[in-house]
Design a binder for this molecule. Structure first.
Ligand code: UN1
Length: 517
């Protein structure tokens, strides 16, 4: 049997965490304390070389219960810690991530398959989030309002919510946790994390760092808990009345189930679901900006971001020119091991996704699309590698209305003006990210106006993928609701409380109501 030790080593890659997790690791944790699991063993293999990285002792129902109860117990203590002190804990997590950026980036790349630069970039996004959330720890402000009653004061303030659940996706195996958990922690909430089953080792590495920081500060271990199990661990979080908010990142289909179960118990949700994101390319575009930005949006992370570009809506007058430029750019792309220098994209997450991808390309052709390039498997690189594809299509083809989580992009012509392109863009069920490429200010303003893009994200002269932590992130329609990150996100992780204080020494009802005893 081939083992992790057969793995070829790349120079300039920090293998510290990969090596540290190469044995059998507990899959459930309360802070830095491992829990007894024993529901079988899960092997995490790299899609880059199909070799095992390490194993996970799967948590079962008892470990999930223990983690959730620990989060509930820790909440009682953590909510009483002054918010700026909680912010210091989060800042320290950021420092520890900075120290481990290369090693954690390498683990992310190997376990998930994104190129090393993107792996390190994901950790950067976590570090930025820690800095940002730590700042907010002094900014969890409320309002004071004028009361209509004499000697009364009204205010509203924000209180910690309780334990929150983070159910994260394979494509951002570490950052999605940070985007939610760092804000939640500053707000006084505790966190139960269920990572995607493809990437448990990355979660364990992050959990250990967070757990060690809690220990260093003498804070309760249950502030951060982890259950790296299967879907049943996700269900345990979603259905548990102690969990007051569930932040779910994943497919629209699974998101529907989460929405129903959480709604049934009046639990708050953030749902970051599938995208079917379009880039509009008008005759007024600058090709030196448009083409590279669109190629990254479509092929970066091997097309496995919810923000990846799936549709390119090109004015018919420049369709052939853009098609040629795209095919030419795709010709320069290099697939390969995520650690290899100069590689643009790595493998898809699973071999089965490659089959789905090739089936999706075939379906597009069957529905009348014209394959301009790519679409084939690249077995010489390994079973999870494919060539990204461009299909000349039209907006009536049913496949262009569905998300394919891979590097397949539809090039669709539009006639008329920018409003026609926007209508096509908005004419799908999803509404996450959108982009327009134009130097014409009228087209720009139309795109970002009330009759423009109906998506959560509207970019001008930049691609659909690649969000900064300083702005809110999230979608509309079938792409979900709620926002992570940005200036107002913290309010989602807190409960809003109206406080009225009567210092008049008299009893007074509002609206002049008389009630005398
Ligand atoms: C980005 O494009 O920078 O799962 C962020 C995802 C999103 C994050 C994308 N939650 O792809």
């Amino acid at each position: 049997m081939t083992t992790a030790t057969d793995r070829p080593r790349f120079e300039n890659v920090d293998y510290a965490l990969i090596d540290a997790l190469s044995g059998l690791n507990p899959g459930a944790w309360v802070g830095s304390r491992p829990l007894a699991c024993g529901e079988g063993v899960l092997t995490s293999s790299s899609p880059a070389d199909s070799l095992p990285i390490g194993q996970v002792d799967r948590p079962g129902a008892a470990a999930c219960e223990e983690a959730i109860q620990a989060a509930a117990d820790a909440f009682a203590e953590w909510r009483a810690v002054p918010a700026p002190v909680r912010g210091r804990v989060v800042r320290r997590i950021g420092e520890r991530l900075r120290e481990n950026q290369d090693a954690l980036g390498a683990l992310i790349s190997l376990e998930m398959g994104k190129i090393y630069s993107e792996g390190k970039g994901e950790v950067q996004s976590m570090i930025d989030t820690c800095d940002y959330a730590a700042g907010f720890s002094r900014d969890l402000f409320g309002l004071t309002m004028a009361s209509e009653r004499p000697g009364h004061r009204m205010m509203e303030q924000y209180q910690p919510l309780g334990p929150i659940g983070v159910i994260s996706s394979f494509n951002f195996p570490a950052a999605v946790w940070a985007w939610n958990a760092m804000f939640a922690a500053v707000c006084g909430d505790t966190v139960v994390w269920k990572p995607a089953s493809a990437v448990p080792l990355t979660a364990i590495a992050v959990q250990k760092i967070a757990g060690e920081v809690l220990e260093e500060f003498g804070m309760p271990a249950g502030v951060f808990t982890l259950v790296a199990g299967g879907p049943e661990a996700g269900d345990a979080i979603v259905e548990d009345p102690r969990v007051r908010l569930v932040s779910f990142t994943g497919s629209t289909k699974v998101g529907h189930g989460v929405a129903k179960k959480t709604a049934a118990r009046f639990c708050r949700t953030i749902l970051e679901l599938g995208g079917n994101n379009a880039a509009i390319v008008t005759p007024a575009m600058d090709p030196t900006v448009a083409i590279p930005a669109i190629v990254f949006g479509a092929v970066g992370t091997t097309g496995q971001r919810c923000t990846s570009t799936r549709r390119i809506l090109v004015h018919e007058s420049i369709f052939d020119r853009v098609a040629d430029a795209m095919v030419d750019a795709y010709g320069k792309l290099r697939a390969g091991h995520p650690f290899q220098e100069g590689v643009h994209y790595g493998p898809l997450v699973y071999e089965s996704v490659c089959d789905d991808y090739r089936a999706a390309v075939q379906r597009a052709v069957d529905e009348g699309g014209r394959l301009l390039c790519g679409g084939e498997a690249l077995p010489e690189l390994g079973p999870c590698y494919v060539a990204p594809s461009i299909v000349a299509a039209n907006a009536d083809m049913p496949c262009t209305h569905e998300e394919m989580f891979g590097p397949l992009v539809y090039l669709i012509p539009y006639a008329g003006d920018v409003t026609d392109a926007i209508a096509l863009q908005n004419g799908v069920r999803q509404g996450l990210a959108s982009a327009i490429f134009t130097e014409d200010m009228r087209e720009v303003e139309t795109f970002v106006s009330a009759v423009g893009s109906d998506c959560g994200i509207a970019n001008v002269n930049l691609g659909t993928a690649g969000a900064e932590v300083g702005a809110a992130f999230g979608g509309e329609k079938d792409s979900g609701f709620g926002r992570e990150l940005g200036p107002e996100a913290w309010k989602t992780y807190m409960r809003r409380q109206t406080v009225t204080v009567n210092y008049s020494g008299k009893v007074a009802m509002p609206q002049g109501v008389q009630f005398k005893l």
